[in-house]
Design a protein around this ligand. Sequence first.
Ligand SMILES: [Zn+2]
Ligand SMILES: [Zn+2]
Length: 330
Amino acid sequence: MRAVQIDKPGSLELVERERPKPGPGQVLVQVHACGVCRTDVHLLDGELQIPSPPIVPGHQIVGTVLEHGPGGGETELYPAGARIGIPWLGWTCGRCRYCLSGRENLCDRARFTGMDIDGGFAQLTLADERYCFALPEDYPDLQVAPLLCAGLIGYRALRMAGESERIGLYGFGASAHIIAQVARYQGRRVFAFTRPGDDAGQRFARELGAEWAGSSLQDPPEQLDAAIIFAPAGELLTLALRSLAKGGVVVCAGIHMSDIPSFPYEILWGERSVRSVANLTRADASEFLALAPRVPVRTTVRTYALEQALRALEDIRAGALNGAAVLELG
Ligand SMILES: [Zn+2]
Ligand SMILES: [Zn+2]
């Protein structure tokens, strides 16, 4: 089968690999589409360490089950031919204090798709069935793929914003374009921040329900109750803090961020808080995948062939597309 792998920082190559063999509890999946995420860019750039390269990136996988590993029988969750989604959370230990307290996203031994386990930039992939999901039927493969990370980790970040009415979204990429729609559906007011001069991005944000869109260097027209930072730039944290009303929260939704500049205590004072969001739980995914068709969330996608994976990653790094990038595996 054909796959794209990262063998060292900066090096992405198209390779021919042997057909993977599912082990106990695993399914072999024919990949139809795989969303491309900012995290994949961090893996390629070496900002996130790949434990044992080479690895096939990609953790927003849509495909159909071809076969099960040995010993499945009655415990099989998805029959051959079923369409499933494979997300970032690929395996957890089920025994650590985090797993036992509903926080499997923080599992000490968690393994992640496309970083610890080969992912979806390939014609075929393997997955532990227990971490896969049935997908809402009215979404085609390409449109549903971005829900699997941009959507559901974005949704977890939105949940951490509590009951906030006025929400600022910093970095209007794949996640924000989905979460803006969910926030509007929940009756919140959305303020979108893009790179300075990104008029197309600001227009796109307004189309998706933002009542105000501007540059991240601008002050919003009123104070925010929460800000979610999707872009990996540490200086956004201090800008967002300065835009918050008392009691507000800044949620950092990305897995990597450049260093945060020091800031005066007075911008945190007034019970403002800062937190990060890490990974997802299976409960997050079930909740979000049930909610998305009710909104209904509409994803804007740009499709790329497997051979164009590098191009897709470069476009994300450059902020050159509105919505999400998705590899189409044919
Ligand atoms: Zn655990
Ligand atoms: Zn992701």
